[in-house]
Design a protein around this ligand. Structure first.
Ligand SMILES: Cc1cc2nc3c(=O)[nH]c(=O)nc-3n(C[C@H](O)[C@H](O)[C@H](O)COP(=O)(O)OP(=O)(O)OC[C@H]3O[C@@H](n4cnc5c(N)ncnc54)[C@H](O)[C@@H]3O)c2cc1C
Length: 609
């Protein structure tokens, strides 16, 4: 069929359906496009019609770990593809990530290094409900079996597909580093070599000697961005999807999307379908509080921001046309990697540095540094400070870890499916947020800001620079005082909703200093408290946890089709990654794999709108 005859047929279908089309908001002034994903040429004027400004077989929302694979797969299957990205740059959280991709199921790299794995073993691992995390929360218990089966069957394929599209994995045996909830039976993590791709955090590639031996998200997204461009995916930056258009509310196929481009509303028709890869919901305060009411506005340092947000726009747009959410316990339960202990303090975006020195803070070379404003101070030794809550009270052993995870070898001995596994865990009171909430009692759900308090001797030991751009005085994420009392009075910022009582902070510091003298922290058991906080000036640095992952979202099936509240597929709507529910796993593996699956299935959709 020629492009023109295809167009004529679809135009008829479209004009019939337009009478019943569900839409809202302002419709753009536009026209119908001919075949390819290019600017439209013909205008419509009927007030009941949608004016399609652009048109393609497939429209993908978001250029991250889900969206890029989906777009490339669909394009290479012969579809025209428009990829809309809200930001002025590609990559989403994926490009700022550490680039550890925990696929497995029998990858070439596993085979090369003699690691035994298979789709069945991967499936059994990720549905093993005998496993709990060290804080006692069940990990894999609420994974949807259908979704995990699809992942297990496609994980190794996705891995080979990534390699075929330019991703270079560091040539070492797969390990368990930086993978979270990836199963206990086999090491599966591979690390995308950063190569010459510039890091989002710095705007520069890594030094030459590290490029093939250090993994970064840039090493994953750089090649995929290049492959998408080379294959002819039309990438529309600064196009924020605001609405998904469906024939009728709760019925009929998805027809396309509405996007906002610098205040202009445009309608983009998707003949075969729309793929949601918008990255999750943890940046939307009202949305995330449906899962966890404690996550009030002060948790404003979402990991991955300010490069991109997770504003729930994909979830909300799909729910508005009938989609269901799924596996909500996966978000409600406090799984390890959902909340991160701050690693860089004194700045808003205080994502943990972890053991990976290359997950760096934001530096002035980054194109988003004007939004990040400060790099923060990396804490090398948690003996150098105390953490206090909004009222100036300690609540925690500062040297305690962040949050734990279940990965290869984390439970020893481990017997798959055995209820005895839990006996091999040391249940840890790692519940940072609840600890911070304790004793506040001001009828507010959130714990309030958490501040790191230290003196100038600590600054010298850590070799910190307490001036901008390392710290953010201007927006109230860093304060200084010549006495502890003055410091407490100086702490005034948007999220410090109660003044910090100076006498509280004075008492806290005095008590802590007495623990240093006695060598015993009789409150929280910090091992041998080492340094008094006694030499002015004194400092308070923002150390509130970063929210990290979205682990629940839209209901999908094995084909990554979005499912409605009645359990029926919404024709032409697909989703993967952090906007999809049913799969409690951190990160890139499920996103790339589901992007791969969604791209394949949307391309094969032969019942186009
Ligand atoms: C600092 C950091 C380190 C990490 N390290 C790792 C790691 O080493 N290994 C691992 O497995 N995982 C890691 N992760 C997690 C991993 O990056 C994410 O889970 C993954 O990128 C999610 O993929 P996604 O496609 O769902 O979302 P993203 O990759 O975030 O992509 C979503 C995209 O959609 C765009 N978007 C959102 N809304 C709209 C809209 N309305 N219209 C148009 N575009 C929109 C966003 O701007 C973004 O570009 C890390 C995350 C962070 C933040």
């Amino acid at each position: 069929m020629t492009e023109h005859s295809a167009f004529s047929k679809e135009k008829k279908i479209g004009s019939l359906r337009r009478r019943n089309i569900l839409f809202g908001g302002s419709l753009g002034i536009g026209s119908l496009a001919l075949g390819a994903a290019t600017e439209s040429v013909a205008a419509r004027s009927d007030s009941n019609s949608i004016h399609w400004d652009k048109e393609a077989d497939v429209v993908v929302i978001g250029s991250g770990a889900t969206g890029l694979p989906a777009a490339i797969v669909a394009r290479e299957a012969g579809c025209t593809v428009i990829l809309v990205e809200a930001e002025s740059h590609v990559g989403g959280h994926a490009i700022v990530s550490g680039g550890s991709v925990v696929l497995g199921g029998g990858t070439a790299a596993q085979n090369k290094f003699g690691i035994v794995d298979s789709p069945d073993l991967l499936f059994r691992d990720l549905t093993d409900w005998s496993v709990v995390e060290s804080n006692g929360f069940p990990d894999y218990r609420y994974n949807d079996r259908e979704i995990i089966r699809a992942f297990a069957d496609n994980a190794a394929l996705t891995c080979e597909w990534l390699i075929a599209h330019g991703v270079v994995f560091i040539d070492i045996a797969p390990d368990s580093l930086d993978g979270v909830s990836s199963g206990n039976s086999a090491p599966r993590a591979m690390h995308a070599a950063s190569m010459t791709w510039p890091k989002a955090q710095t705007g520069k590639p890594l030094p030459l000697q590290y490029q093939s031996v250090v993994g970064t998200g840039a090493g994953l997204i750089g090649p995929l961005h290049a492959a998408a461009t080379a294959s002819g995916v039309q990438l529309l930056l600064e196009h924020r999807m605001t609405r998904i258009l469906r024939e009728q509310q709760g019925a009929g196929p998805v027809l396309g999307i509405t996007a906002d481009h610098h205040g202009q509303t445009i309608n983009i028709r998707a003949r075969k379908g729309v793929v949601i890869g918008s990255g999750g919901s943890t940046g939307n305060i009202n949305f995330r509080r449906m899962f966890d009411p404690r996550l009030t506005a002060e948790y404003c340092g979402l990991a991955g921001m300010p490069w991109s947000n997770q504003d729930a726009s994909g979830e909300l747009a799909a729910m508005a046309i009938g989609a269901s959410l799924w596996g909500l316990y996966n978000q409600t339960g406090e799984f390890g990697s959902v909340l991160s202990k701050a690693g860089f303090i004194g700045c808003q975006y205080d994502y943990m540095p972890g053991s990976d020195m290359w997950i760096l803070p934001w530096l002035p070379g980054s194109v988003v540094f004007d939004k990040a404003r400060a790099s923060g101070l990396r804490v090398a030794n948690w003996q150098d400070l105390i953490l206090v809550n909004i009222l100036g009270k300690r609540f925690y052993d500062e040297t305690a870890s962040g949050f734990s995870a279940n990965d290869y070898g984390s439970i020893k001995p481990y017997t798959q499916g055995s209820y005895l596994n839990s006996k091999n865990l040391r249940y840890s009171p790692d519940n940072f947020l609840d600890a911070a909430l304790a004793g506040i009692g001001d009828n507010h759900n959130g714990g309030g800001p958490i501040w790191a308090i230290f003196d100038s001797d600590a600054v010298a030991r850590e070799r910190w620079n307490t001036s901008p751009p390392d710290v953010d005085y201007a927006q109230g994420f860093f304060f200084k005082g010549n006495s502890i009392s003055e410091l407490a009075q100086n702490i005034q910022m948007q999220h410090q909703r109660l003044p910090m009582p100076p006498e509280n902070l004075e008492a806290t510091v005095a008590r802590y200093n007495s623990f240093v003298t006695s060598g015993v922290d009789s409150d929280f058991g910090k091992p041998k408290p080492m340094y008094q906080i006694a030499t002015p000036p004194f400092y308070a640095a923002w150390a509130t946890p970063a929210i990290h992952d979205t682990r629940a979202g839209l209901r999908i099936n094995a084909r990554c089709e979005v499912v409605d509240m009645n359990g029926a597929v919404i024709p032409g709507l697909y989703c993967g990654g952090e906007s999809a529910g049913g799969f409690s796993q951190h990160g890139l593996a499920r996103a790339t794999c589901q992007g791969f699956i969604a791209g394949r299935n949307v391309a094969a959709n032969n019942s186009p709108a």
